[in-house]
Design a protein around this ligand. Sequence first.
Ligand SMILES: [Ca+2]
Ligand SMILES: [Ca+2]
Ligand SMILES: [Ca+2]
Ligand SMILES: [Ca+2]
Length: 468
Amino acid sequence: MKRWINCLSLPLCCVLMMPAHPADDPYFISASSWEQPFADQWGLHRIGLAPEKNSLQKLQSRAKHNTVVAVIDTGLDYFHPDFAKDNLWQNSDEVANGVDDDGNGFVDDLIGWNFVESHNNPWDRSGHGTHTAGIVAAAVGNGEGIAGVNPRALIMPLKVINFLGRGNSSHIAEAIFYAVNNGARVINLSLGGEYTTRIEEAAINYAVSRGVVVVVASGNTAEDTSNYGYAKLPSVITVAATDAQDRRAKFSNYGQDINLAAPGMEILSLRARRTDFTGISTPGEYPPGGDFVGETNRYYRASGTSFAAPFVTGVASLLFSAYPELTAEQVTRMLLMSARDIETPGWDQLSGYGLVDAAAALDADPDYYTYARISAITPANKEGALVAEISGVADSSRFKSYTLQVGYGAEPEKWQTIGRKQREGVAQGVLGDIPATVFNRKGEWTVRVVVETRGRGSMEARGTLDIE
Ligand SMILES: [Ca+2]
Ligand SMILES: [Ca+2]
Ligand SMILES: [Ca+2]
Ligand SMILES: [Ca+2]
């Protein structure tokens, strides 16, 4: 089956001039380089790695250990001037001698693998993989270009997508197995497609069973993720895209599978030599070179959930680099529970638990969780009465109680509590029934579950239904 990359191009809007500052990574503090009305690295700033109060330096200095991050994509321009050799994974058990020294099934796999052409050079001829990798691990404080999220990330480039933006599922599965077996702790999959094959699902299950965090892009077709590739798999972290106002990007896929959101509009990162990948997704209307940035054209701006996922990948790897003893489950909890709530209160279908926050994630309690979700509202007949059966999640490591409430309209001013406080959590299942008689007006109603915790406040989630 075919897969493609999750990017698209968007026109720029208006102009805002900001004063230029001298700095180590010039784009980290500059703005309007392509006449956009926001900072050049706005995405990094919005996830808590900002120039103010040296937050980038303070937070990144907590990363003291290397973390291997597999970027399963179009490859990597590992000679880019803003990509340090120290950030490239090296297979220390392999030498260039035509022999598979470490017996892992790949001859001379010194820095990764090219699954498309079956050789050891994962060079990027499209640019998508280099852009993705740059968000995670562009060199920080080197007087050049941009800053990446985690200066201690080691990028393992695994090339599965060709220069036309196409790849196949067996190569992707092989690359996932390779990543897990060769030390990756985080896998970034900024790839899309309509469904997943058995072999890909097996590969992802293997990665998760081995304690690897798998981060995937939710997709750019503005549709429900239940129809969309890896995004719908329960064991991965599915990432939606936001814009510079912390709103969900219009193209970003949504649904029950969304776990987190991250910046994904007009993201500045590294441009691989001789590449211009936006033209692949928007032929005809795209002027060649229209997304190049900088006098040397070595930087590139692009939009898509492809570039939201690597922010989450970067923060996941930053957590491992700060605390290498963490498990994948703990890292996932820290990411979700520390996310900044956006869109409707609590978990929602557009942004999951919210916008990833590097600063809050680093200080999160690895063992704390509170999950609140409404996954379905179904009419049912119980003991002769019509009810709305509410399914979802109401669970916490510090669980106290939960209640179901209803209100009229999309954003109710008043809430009516249904039944009594429930003293037992629900990991996934029926939260309760609401008698149909409660819905005494036509129109949209909102149902919410509110989980009360011991000492950590409350968490809510909402669902809506139409009464005709
Ligand atoms: Ca080998
Ligand atoms: Ca060798
Ligand atoms: Ca740099
Ligand atoms: Ca929300």
